[in-house]
Design a protein around this ligand. Structure first.
Ligand code: CAA
Length: 379
């Protein structure tokens, strides 16, 4: 693995950093408070190529490598973790899955506007009673000849209200367990497709999370992704890549909190000196810096392996498991270093602490990552 970033990667990192400072920082506290989706900012991210970063330019993408993607998400998440998850879902769960597995017609019709950021997408796997146990989902897609009839409820869907296109995973043959699951592209506005109310969340409050209700929705056959029965493999493959995106989001949350804590510790005085001169604070910062560097290396490793075409189920899970723990630990300590100031919104670290928690839950909980890793090392 090359530890030196290329000129191009450094440029992308700087562009994302500037964008986050200039466009995301203003209003981030208010968007969190009011649960306001960053509509204008996401539009600009699309124009910058950040919503289809790794997609071939032939389909409207930016044609970049996965390490550049990690760099960009980290910079965005440092300032606004909500914008980062919009970006991660669109890139990893929607665009990457379509580019790898969709038909040429589907790529032209759906991937191209998604990769250009003209519209955004969502990925619907989880259900009210099937989150970690994804094979136990109940949504059905009944084969009716030239269309499928989709019925069921999906839960916790990021971009649920703002997406135009949804990748929906459903049972086509419940008898066959995970081999009887298929994946479909569903458009907003189709008859029988209803979007549930927005969830009122602890963190990432600028992103929108909804349930989706499908009541006899007619999905044309040509909107199935891959073969009948391919949906679970599709979802697993997509999530392996998605976990790199969430790991990078967690990394950004951690490094954002660390940078704020370091700055504060260098200026805030107590007992006649800047608090960084007290070992109790300095050691916390030393731990943070070490853990963040280790998390970053895991993200780069998984991203590099993805570009090399390797199986990233283990490396993606390791990156997410570790980076999300680092995000949690670092943000808690960043609040502690700030003392009372850390507990108020103006100083940003309380928001980052709330945002950190979800990275241990979505796209596979930490416990699921351990299942994936332990099965892989036991092979
Ligand atoms: N990569 C590729 N294939 C995988 C895989 C992986 N990481 N994990 C499992 N598979 C394959 C297995 O090889 C097996 O295939 P074969 O039968 O062909 O060999 C098949 O999937 C079924 O696997 P298991 O028998 O191991 O199934 P299981 O039910 O015991 O466990 C699981 C599977 C790994 C726990 C899986 O259900 C899982 O990953 N659950 C978590 C789901 C998840 O991440 N949900 C997040 C929702 S999306 C989200 O959060 C989106 C958002 O909006 C942010």
């Amino acid at each position: 693995m090359d530890f030196n970033l290329s000129e191009e990667q450094l440029m992308i990192q700087q562009a994302a950093r500037d964008f986050a400072q200039n466009e995301l920082l203003p209003g981030v506290i208010e968007r969190d408070r009011d649960q306001k989706f960053p509509t204008e900012q996401v539009k600009k991210m699309g124009e910058m190529g950040l919503l289809g970063m790794m997609v071939n330019p032939k389909y409207g993408g930016a044609g970049m490598d996965s390490v550049s993607y990690v760099l960009a998400i980290e910079e965005i998440a440092k300032i606004d973790a909500s914008a980062a998850v919009v970006m991660s879902v669109n890139n990893s769960l929607v665009c990457a899955g379509l580019e790898k597995f969709a038909s040429e017609e589907q790529k032209v019709k759906y991937l191209t506007p998604l990769a250009k950021g003209e519209v955004i997408g969502a990925f619907a796997l989880s259900e009210p009673e099937a989150g970690s146990d994804a094979t136990s989902q109940k949504t059905t897609a009944e084969d009716k000849g030239d269309y499928y009839l989709l019925n069921g409820i999906k839960n916790w869907i990021t971009n649920g209200g703002n997406a135009s296109y949804y990748i929906v995973i459903a049972q086509t043959d419940p008898e066959k367990r995970h081999k009887g699951i298929s994946a479909f592209i569903v458009e907003k506005g189709w008859e029988g497709f209803e979007i549930g109310p927005k969830e009122d969340k602890l963190g990432i409050r600028g992103s929108d999370t909804h349930s989706l209700i499908f009541n006899n929705v007619k999905v044309p056959k040509e909107n199935r992704i891959g073969d009948d029965g391919f949906g679970f493999s599709f979802a697993m493959a997509v999530l392996n890549g998605g976990r790199i995106g969430i790991a990078s989001q967690a990394l950004g949350i951690a490094s954002g909190a660390y940078e704020l804590a370091l700055k504060y510790a260098k200026t805030r005085k107590a007992f006649k000196t800047e608090i960084i001169n007290h070992q109790a604070i300095a050691f916390k910062l030393a731990d943070m810096a070490t853990q963040i560097t280790a998390a970053r290396m895991l993200c780069y490793k998984a991203a590099t392996e993805k570009d090399e075409g390797k199986d990233i189920s283990e490396s993606g899970a390791m990156a997410k498991l570790y980076a999300s723990q680092v995000a949690m630990d670092t943000t808690i300590e960043a609040v502690q270093i700030h003392g009372g100031y850390g507990y108020v919104k103006e100083y940003h670290v309380e928001r980052l602490m709330r945002d950190a928690k979800i990275t241990q839950i979505y796209e596979g909980t930490s416990e699921i990552q351990k299942i994936v890793i332990s099965r892989s090392i036991a092979k």
